[in-house]
Design a protein around this ligand. Structure first.
Ligand SMILES: O=C(O)CCC(=O)C(=O)O
Length: 269
């Protein structure tokens, strides 16, 4: 298993209500990511990349059971022998639409999935989307990893639960808009420092109605240092990480051994 990994984050524009255009854009950016001399080991996309926040029509345009997305991403992962954390999609199910990540291993098998637990009321998500009810985990190169989506990063309990389950990496697809860049950077950095894990956060850029999204996709190491950060433009952000740094940091400052959950933790954490 490799410990040194090259990551590629597809910081893309998303056309609200136009899955055809978004599938086309994603395909172009995937090709760009794998056309480099040094191939990525893991590719990550933003939140709701298939439909954007076209919530009033989301039931009609959501991907039924994620079938189209799974077919495309599984084939790509297998063809290029790459892990894919497939951003999130609007996924249509009998009971409603979920905001769901599908992740794939290098052979194109589904490695994990996660439906957003915390719906963001400022964008009316709770009126149109169903909330997931379980944390999202997977393994990447034999190491545990977790998945959260956008607003979820305001809930440190979820990241801590994933870290306690062994996650060394946390993937965060997002559609995080202006003006809250300070919150984005600070919350991601805090999740990395307090859990001593890599945080890999892929945000969209571009506009949707009156809302503009600032990009600034980021990769943070277990010290909370920024390994890579994009600007506001459409781009593939590359970053090289060494997973062994997680154990180095956890051994140096043994936060997980020093916890006193009997004093302050909710009994279910
Ligand atoms: O929490 C925030 O400020 C942004 C969250 C958000 O845009 C989302 O979850 O879609």
């Amino acid at each position: 298993m490799k410990t040194e990994l090259r990551l590629a984050l597809l910081q893309m524009n998303i056309e609200a209500g136009n899955p055809e255009a978004n599938f086309g854009k994603l395909k172009e950016m995937l090709e760009e990511a794998v056309s480099q001399d040094v191939k990525p080991d893991v590719i990550v996309f933003p939140e709701m990349w298939n439909t954007g926040y076209a919530l009033t029509e989301i039931k009609t345009i959501a991907d039924r059971e994620g079938e189209r997305t799974k077919a495309m991403l599984s084939a790509f992962a297998k063809a290029h022998h790459v892990h894919i954390i497939g951003g999130s999609i609007a996924e249509g199910k009998a009971e409603g639409v979920y905001n769901t990540i599908y992740a794939f291993d290098r052979d194109g098998n589904v490695a994990g999935n996660y439906s957003k637990i915390h719906l963001f009321r400022l964008m009316d998500e709770e009126k149109y989307l169903m909330a997931g009810d379980k944390p999202g985990t997977l393994t990447v190169e034999g190491e545990q990893a977790g998945m959260m989506i956008c607003y979820d990063i305001r809930f440190p309990e979820l990241a801590r639960k994933l870290a306690l389950q062994g996650a060394k990496l946390l993937f965060v697809p997002a559609e995080w808009p202006h003006p809250r860049l300070h919150h984005w950077r600070t919350l991601l950095t805090a999740r990395a420092i307090e859990n001593q894990m890599f945080v890999i956060a892929c945000n969209r850029m571009g506009k949707s109605g009156d809302t503009s999204f600032f990009g600034h996709s980021m990769v943070l190491d277990p010290w909370g240092e920024t390994i890579a950060e994009a600007g506001e433009e459409e781009t593939v952000l590359f970053a090289d990480i060494d997973l062994s740094l997680v154990d180095t940091v956890r051994n140096k400052i043994p936060v997980f051994e020093d916890r006193r959950p009997s004093i302050y933790a909710d009994p279910i954490i």
